[in-house]
Design a protein around this ligand. Structure first.
Ligand code: WTA
Length: 688
């Protein structure tokens, strides 16, 4: 039963198992909450689904419109049997998201002198404070510089930058002039970068000379140059100019600078500082239609080739702004910190657009959680008085390992709300976050969403929603979830099945860049009439949603601060590129810190030997092709793979072997059941 359709209109926590204990947000902490209790949530939710036009028109009122919304608010088709899938929100209205997140704050809300970002470098000695005034000027300068390079409305700009202020300047500069940014996480390999540049046909690449992550030096420009070389080789090069930021870690430290490799191509490369020199810090925004594209962000696809998820201006603006306000119960004096990287959707929506749209002050952190010491995150929370903190289960599990002691050295009393995102959070990590980090004062807000959803879709609200560890609880305003069985039949009440959505909300993706067919087949064909998330879920007796994990061949891998989707096909493709490998099959195996990790089975070509050197070569291959986040934890020699008679690899069996689950169930469809025994006898217990 969904809490919103419950006849008594409230969540009734019945008799519960210990792990189903409900946690109520701390009294007195939220006297001025935007949504003060569950009834208020239900009332707003009802309005958002029954009168969506009015609901979103109210939200739109806070923004600046060059041409106000008029006519139909939302037009869409979710049913492949009725024609093309499309979603249009406030089409015909004109605005600019950069104007709304910067100029509006400076000129209409008098927030010019307010801090937009406390930038905290990888090294604690590097930090910088950026006000809204300064941010606006820097963004305008960058926008004018991009125009000087010939960038126009609709052009695609690839951004391959670490977490430095220039990353925010560049993305907002693109938004200001109507260019479409395509940010590629700076941990991706040259091959992944090249693939993304080519798919979106980007004209410009913005990168940096290098960056330190912890004590590890990353030669970013070298990787960027290799990517451009690769693009040229495939005769599909579109990049005319590569703008290079000189990172301040190398400006101030000649020793570090000497270790950097910065290949330079005079015909293409240009230093950021030279480009910005003498450029005006005022720039008239390009007035965009609501449905003009804002950005492309690539996410893994189950076929192996990444998909360019497209978001458009108005829907994304309203949705990230509103979710930020309600989900973190944002107030003007908050200091907010999201530890994700802007290279992922979490950073796009909840470091850049959502917080800025609200005029918030955020921490922008370049480093990693345990450098130069294991208390770094807690130190930063104390330093800036962070009140709203947003991170991933993998970071929590990593920090749990060091116990309470590192936290006890810092004053964390400023904290009010603790958010989590990226993968299901195990109750043990949830409770540690709640008890140890939040001192049982702060609600843990488990936000479920995807690159495709643009913003939070299932989430508690801090003062309103009774919490259950491990559950993303209830839908956000305007979001209408459903649970389907394999046959596409809708399940009512307590149920487990496919998590789908029956209607669009403003922030949902508008397409896969350049590939309508892939958009429809990935998200809409399996169950006509619904958006299919690819996640499984359970709905409990109180109508709470529990994400059970991916149901396709995808898995969540993690870097230090956030979880990302990766398809097993991508990793298999990298492994089979090695000349010794005949076939590869990759499955996920639970990992104490990362949540999931990669367990790979490889079948070698005749007369090839499986040894440590080969394993290292295979790991390197995957790192080079995809990036370090995809590095396999286990590689096992598989003289044969469990296949059905029709030749399909039975991944279920491989998953069980990787997890050492001996009860394999029905193996009657296997062509040769003996291979299973062999694989069991050679499995890895601990990481190789
Ligand atoms: C998973 C990240 C459980 C899920 C914003 C989803 C989660 C995928 C949660 C999207 C959560 C994200 N609980 N699972 N709170 N948040 N996921 O596109 O499998 O990088 O489909 O977006 O992460 O990953 P993406």
């Amino acid at each position: 039963m969904s809490p919103v359709s419950d006849s008594s209109n409230r969540v009734i926590p019945g008799p519960q198992e210990p792990e189903e204990k409900t946690y109520h947000p701390s009294d007195g902490l939220f006297t001025d909450a935007h949504v003060p209790d569950f009834d208020a949530y239900l009332a707003l939710y009802k309005k958002s689904t029954e009168e969506p036009e009015e609901f979103w028109a109210d939200v739109a009122q806070e923004f600046y419109w060059k041409k106000p919304p008029s006519g139909q608010m939302l037009q869409f088709n979710f049913d492949v049997n009725k024609g093309n899938i499309y979603i249009k929100f406030m089409e015909g209205a004109k605005t600019n998201i950069c104007y709304n997140v910067l100029d509006r704050n400076v000129h209409e809300r008098n927030l010019g002198e307010k801090v937009a970002y406390y930038w905290e470098g990888n090294s604690p000695n590097h930090h910088q404070t950026i006000t809204y005034n300064q941010l606006l000027r820097n963004v305008c300068r960058c926008a004018n510089a991009l125009k000087l390079l010939g960038v126009k409305k609709g052009d695609r700009v690839a951004i391959y930058l670490p977490m430095i202020p220039e990353l925010v300047y560049t993305m907002l500069a693109c938004a200001r002039i109507g260019a479409v940014h395509s940010i590629v996480f700076a941990g991706f390999s040259s091959e992944s970068l090249c693939e993304r540049i080519m798919d979106a046909q980007c004209n410009i690449l913005v990168t940096a000379d290098g960056v330190y992550r912890g004590d590890k030096l990353i030669n970013l420009k070298k990787t960027a140059s290799e990517a451009l070389e690769r693009c040229k080789e495939s005769m599909a090069s579109s990049v005319q100019k590569c703008v290079v930021v000189k990172h301040n870690a190398f400006r101030t430290n000649s020793d570090a600078s000497n270790k950097l490799q910065t290949p330079w191509d005079e015909s293409c490369d240009i230093w950021w500082a030279d480009l910005m020199d003498g450029v005006s810090d005022e720039c008239e925004p390009e007035w965009m239609d609501s449905e003009d594209p804002l950005f492309i962000l690539y996410t893994s696809g189950s076929t192996g080739k990444p998909k360019g998820v497209v978001h458009t201006v108005t829907g994304y603006m309203l949705y990230t702004s509103l979710t930020f306000k309600y989900v973190f119960d944002y107030h003007h004096d908050d200091v907010y910190w999201c530890t994700a990287d802007i290279g992922w959707i979490t950073g796009h929506s909840y470091i850049t657009y959502g917080p800025l749209a609200n005029g918030a002050t955020s921490v922008l952190f370049e480093g990693v959680p345990v450098y130069p010491h294991v208390g770094r995150l807690w130190e930063i929370i104390e330093k800036y008085g962070v009140s709203k903190f947003y991170t991933a289960p993998t970071a929590i599990r990593l920090l749990m390992k060091y116990g309470r002691e590192p936290l006890q050295q810092y004053d964390l009393s400023s904290l009010r709300v603790l958010g989590t995102v990226g993968e299901p959070i195990n109750p043990e990590a949830w409770l540690w976050y709640y008890d140890v980090v939040g001192q049982q004062r702060c609600p843990v807000i488990d936000t479920f969403w995807q690159t495709e959803t643009g913003g939070h879709v299932l989430t508690p609200l801090p003062a309103a929603t009774p919490l259950k560890p491990g559950s993303a609880t209830c839908p956000f305003f305007g979001v209408q979830p459903a649970v389907l069985n394999e046959h596409g039949e809708e399940l009512e009440g307590e149920a487990e099945g496919y998590l789908v959505f029956r209607k669009p909300w403003p922030g949902i993706m508008r397409g896969v860049y350049g590939n309508q067919e892939r958009f429809e087949s990935t998200y809409f064909r399996k169950f006509p009439g619904f958006y299919v998330t690819g996640d499984g879920c359970r709905r409990d007796k109180d109508g709470y949603y529990w994400i059970t994990g991916r149901i396709d061949d995808m898995l969540n891998v993690s870097d230090v601060c956030s979880g990302h989707l990766l398809s097993t096909a991508e990793v298999e493709a990298a492994l089979t590129e090695h000349p010794s490998v005949a076939e590869a099959a990759v499955v996920s195996r639970p990992h104490a810190v990362k949540g999931e990790c990669l367990y790979c089975f490889v079948t070698l070509k005749d007369h090839k030997e499986f040894n440590r050197t080969l394993m290292e070569e295979l790991k390197r291959k995957v790192r080079e092709k995809i990036g370090p986040i995809a590095t396999p934890d286990f590689i096992q020699n598989a003289p044969g793979l469990p296949k059905t008679r029709s030749g399909k690899i039975m991944r279920r069996v491989l998953r069980q072997i990787a997890r050492n689950e001996k009860d394999l169930g029905d193996l009657s469809t296997l062509a040769d059941p003996k291979v299973v025994e062999v694989l069991f006898s050679q499995r890895w217990e601990a990481a190789a």
